[in-house]
Design a protein around this ligand. Structure first.
Ligand code: NAD
Length: 350
């Protein structure tokens, strides 16, 4: 079985953002535009220097190309990374200046929220450009909180992967969910409705208590959850949940969750294969949020979002079938599928 491969990295375009008066200092990285405008959120974070911000933008923009292509969205991949000023700053001036920078790209890059930014920030951006999503949702239209859509996509991915792996439905399964925040809690709602048993862990005891009360979930400690008797392990907290220790402890034979960058290192895909654990690549399962953001930009309805999100299930089944047929890790099959889709022109940049 083959578990490792390097990602293809086509040329990246960078747009340096600097406006001293407004406190704007950052970069927009455009990784691909073949499928349509480069879409990806705006991260507002503290970075030690310019090169750290640039490295994060590059990594995140590449990730968006894979996620958007795999979700068959008419978008390429990009990301904005803004450095949070050290001292006091005028948030409105900063995000308005960012909006002007996005507008100067004439639709080649579409922004939205990411870590450190909010709906209110995107409303400031929208004063200067229409190439922004993640704004206040209008009735019947796509938009608003993406978490329920992300949870639905992960649920559909789990259903498809469980059926592929064992022919079973989730009603006969126990799912261990690490992190019951926005996405994890919605995922628990869907799993409970489907009849699954739940085991949960979170650094926030109140969130676990709520899942115990509402769904009868069993609560365990964070360092115990990977080793509990479960059919599925669902990482829904931070990245890097799958490291050597966690994979060594895992009793579940299927991993499928919402967290980004679940594999702590390149060697982990191989370890999972060796241990006979099926890993659903994170960006295939957790695309519901970006599907919702894309639909908002494309002015689609909530029904259209649902139709796109439920297609995650058959997509996961196709990846797992191809991986089994070709003796490859599912993450390699997903990457090569996304790389093929990334080259397809499906829309002219707006
Ligand atoms: P969130 O902040 O609402 O929830 C995260 C939960 O994890 C919280 O309850 C928090 O207490 C818990 N947590 C944090 N550190 C932990 C730790 N070390 N151990 C155990 N629990 C821990 O975030 P979210 O929006 O639910 O996103 C969850 C994950 O899914 C993130 O990795 C995010 O990047 C990814 N994701 C989210 C979306 C979305 O639509 N929100 C879309 C795609 C991917």
């Amino acid at each position: 079985m083959v578990a490792r491969a390097s990602r293809m990295t086509p040329p990246m375009e960078y747009v340096r953002l600097y406006d001293e008066a407004a406190g704007l200092d950052g970069v927009i990285a455009i990784h691909s535009t073949a499928r349509g405008p480069a879409a990806g959120g705006c991260r507002f974070w503290t970075y030690p220097d310019e090169s750290a911000a640039m490295a994060d933008a590059v990594r995140l923009a590449e990730g968006m190309s894979y996620k958007n292509a795999m979700a068959e969205l008419p978008f390429g991949g990009g990301k904005a990374v803004l450095r949070r000023p050290a001292g006091a700053f005028d948030r409105a001036a900063l995000f308005e200046a960012f909006g002007q920078a996005v507008e100067r790209l004439e639709g080649r890059y579409v922004t939205a929220e990411d870590v450190g930014t909010s709906v209110a920030d995107m409303e400031l951006v929208a004063r200067h450009t229409s190439h922004v999503a993640g704004r206040t949702a209008l009735a019947g239209r796509a938009g608003g909180d993406p978490s329920p859509w992300t949870a639905l996509g992960v649920f559909e991915a789990m259903r498809a992967a469980a059926a592929f792996q064992s022919g079973s439905t989730l009603s006969s399964m126990t799912v261990a969910v690490l992190g019951v925040g926005n996405v994890g809690a919605h995922l628990c709602d869907l799993l409970a409705e489907a009849g699954a048993q739940l085991v949960v862990a979170d650094i926030d005891p109140a969130r676990c208590a709520r899942m115990a009360e509402v769904h009868g979930a069993r609560v365990v400690a964070i360092d115990e959850i990977a080793g509990v008797a479960a059919d599925i392990f669902a990482p829904c907290a931070l990245g890097g949940a799958l490291d050597v220790a966690t994979v060594g402890a895992l009793r579940a034979k299927l991993v499928c969750g919402a967290a980004n960058n679940q594999l702590a290192g390149e060697e982990i895909a191989g370890l999972l294969l060796e241990r006979g654990v099926t890993y659903v690549p994170d960006y295939v399962a957790n695309a519901g949020g970006i599907i919702n953001v894309a639909a908002e930009y494309l002015q689609e309805s909530a029904d259209e979002v649902r139709q796109r999100v439920v297609r995650i299930g058959p997509r996961v089944a196709a990846v797992l079938e191809e991986a089994a047929r070709d003796g490859l890790a599912p993450s390699i099959v997903a990457d090569r599928t996304a790389e093929r889709l990334m080259q397809e022109r499906v829309a002219e940049p707006a």
